[in-house]
Design a protein around this ligand. Structure first.
Ligand code: GLC
Length: 565
């Protein structure tokens, strides 16, 4: 069935649709019988018309002034949040502060709000590039604005970043691919001339000079979130957005020497933007790649140019999901199988396809792996399995349905079983465990910022707790165990405002404000707000989740229901 909302989700043959089946059904996440508690009316109990009305354009028409807000009033960009004051669902005093802080981080370009800076931390001696709008950091802000019925800033962001994409980008004398999206950009105000210009960083200024692979994926995912939330298909259908998507896709779908369907990438090309041994086929990029492909599939027009990509995407998704679900997945049984692997097997009959040496399994893993539960490991390449847990990749794998329903359940089980290690006193650990001593020297290049249990090396990032909380909330509501989500959000609420919204926490349990953490880090603030709004109204989850597409598992090229109906 199709969404038919005010903005006109119905489409003609060459148009795209975001269908009902894309909404996230969490019944599959946690299906164990639990004690019954009083249930919220969950989003999957709602009719789709309810869901579509919680967005902006769906009711209020296209104009900014006529925008409908979830709180029921007309809203302006600067002002009191609709969400904090008007929702009856346990308003917490820090929600108001969070909205204020989020609005303080807004960046304007020629009078229009265009994004949010990474951190509004005047106390910090070194600004570095934290005064820039990071593409990945803006996503939680964008979701907060969309959920609050303020889509205009998201639209501005999507359109302006497209202009940056088409610029020539060079690192020294080497030209980057046309489709690359910047890691971040800055608005430069020339007070004398009274003009604003945009300056983007594609990696040519970034520490380590790595181009971000995730930015283009986040851009596509955000375009779908915007479309889904507003019901406004016209933006995604513009020639500019269609071309922007095709450019991103042509970069990551180009053919080369690969034998794997996963995307080969450099260390530091994603949220973990420093050397952390995540080069190769890091889970974060693979999960985002998968999700972006699925989002693009829904939004690409089926015209001559679009069709070429539609076919390539379908073929890649089929192979990618098989590869990830088979080779990146680790649970008790799989670990035991690897432990007993024979090596040096040749030919198609090999069980140990990548020639992984069982001795390379780290000791911590044997105790960490619960009998029930599992996760996608960090990396798989010849003779190298990076067994670390990475939060973002696993969360995105659930949201995008890269994980099968059983795998999603197992990831949530693992989090519950290993609460102390993965959540501790501040959700959520970016990766587990930390690397130390000699390994830290080799892997990070002696990085003083990434010492054990700090920053990217086992630090706890409040922004990641948002994703966890959405999943937990929806799963909890569905299965009657809201106490898990509440426990996690309680932890965050106890500290975040008091500590000044730090970027990350340090320590095994995440008890200490990070050594070099910025304060008033925008995505810590926005992540909290998004988690709160999701708790209040789980129907928002549809913006950022995709239902499993069974046709994907069948041999290509059968069109799936989600993009032909
Ligand atoms: C750090 C993070 C990166 C983030 C940036 C701005 O470099 O590793 O993911 O985008 O800060 O907040």
């Amino acid at each position: 069935m199709e969404l038919a909302v005010g903005g006109g989700m119905r489409r003609s043959a060459s148009h795209t649709s975001l269908s009902e089946s894309d909404d996230f059904d969490l019944s599959r996440l946690l299906n164990k019988p639990r004690i019954k508690v009083e249930r919220q009316r969950s989003f999957d109990d709602r009719s789709l018309s309810d869901v579509s009305h919680s967005g902006g354009y769906a009711r209020g028409g296209g104009g900014f002034d006529g925008m409908y807000s979830p709180g029921g009033g007309l809203r302006s960009l600067i002002g009191t949040p609709a969400s904090s004051a008007l929702h009856s669902f346990e308003p917490h005093p820090i929600v108001g502060d969070a909205w204020e802080a989020l609005r303080r981080s807004l960046v304007f370009f020629r009078g229009q709000p265009l994004g949010t800076i990474a951190a509004f931390d005047h106390a910090s001696e070194e600004v570095l590039n934290y005064d820039q709008v990071f593409v990945r950091d803006f996503v939680p802000s964008a979701l907060a604005f969309l959920m609050n019925g303020e889509p205009e800033i998201v639209k501005n962001f999507l359109l302006k970043t497209l202009l940056l994409q088409s610029r020539e980008k060079k690192v020294d004398r080497f030209k980057l691919g046309e489709g690359a999206m910047p890691a971040s950009f800055k608005v430069l105000h020339d007070a004398k001339k009274g003009v604003d210009t945009l300056h983007a960083d594609f990696g040519e200024s970034a520490i380590g000079r790595v181009a971000p692979v995730d930015s283009g994926f986040w851009w596509i995912i955000l375009l779908r979130a915007y479309t889904k939330s507003t019901g406004d298909l016209t933006l995604a259908e513009t020639p500019e957005c269609q071309k922007g998507m095709r450019l991103i896709l042509s970069l990551c779908l180009s053919e080369g020497f690969d034998t794997f369907p996963t995307l080969l990438c450099a260390d530091g090309c994603c949220m973990i933007d420093r050397r952390m041994g995540v080069y190769g086929y890091t889970i974060e990029i693979q999960a985002l790649f998968f999700m972006a492909l699925r989002c693009a599939l829904q939004m690409l027009k089926h015209d001559t140019e679009g069709n070429e990509f539609v076919e390539k995407i379908a073929t890649r998704l089929h192979a990618l999901s098989y590869h990830m679900r088979s080779y990146f997945w680790l649970d008790f049984q799989q670990l035991n199988d690897i432990y007993r692997y024979k090596t040096e097997e040749y030919s198609h009959t090999a069980v140990n396809k990548f020639n992984v040496i069982p001795d390379s399994i780290p000791d911590w893993l044997f105790d960490f792996m619960p009998c029930q539960g599992g996760f996608f490991i960090g990396n798989v390449s010849p003779a190298r399995m990076d067994f670390r847990w990475f939060a973002l990749g696993n969360m995105i794998a659930i949201l995008s349905s890269l994980a099968t329903p059983e795998q999603s359940t197992a990831i949530m089980d693992l989090i519950e079983e290993r609460w102390e290690e993965l959540i501790g006193e501040m959700p959520l650990k970016i990766c587990y465990p930390a690397i130390e001593n000699h390994e830290w020297r080799i892997v990070t290049g002696c990085d003083p910022k990434n010492t054990r249990w700090s920053y990217h090396n086992g630090g706890s990032w409040p922004v990641l707790s948002a994703v966890l909380l959405w999943l937990l909330t929806a799963a909890c509501i569905k299965t009657g165990r809201p106490q898990i989500a509440r426990r996690a959000i309680d932890l965050a609420e106890r500290r975040l405002l008091k500590d000044g919204w730090p970027e990350y926490y340090d320590g095994k349990l995440g008890r200490y404000v990070g050594k070099q953490a910025r304060k008033f880090q925008t995505w810590s603030i926005a992540g909290y707000l998004v988690a709160k709004m999701m708790l209040e109204d789980p129907s928002h989850l549809g913006m950022i989740s995709l239902e499993e597409d069974r046709a994907m598992l069948k041999p290509v090229l059968r069109r799936s229901a989600s993009w032909t109906n």
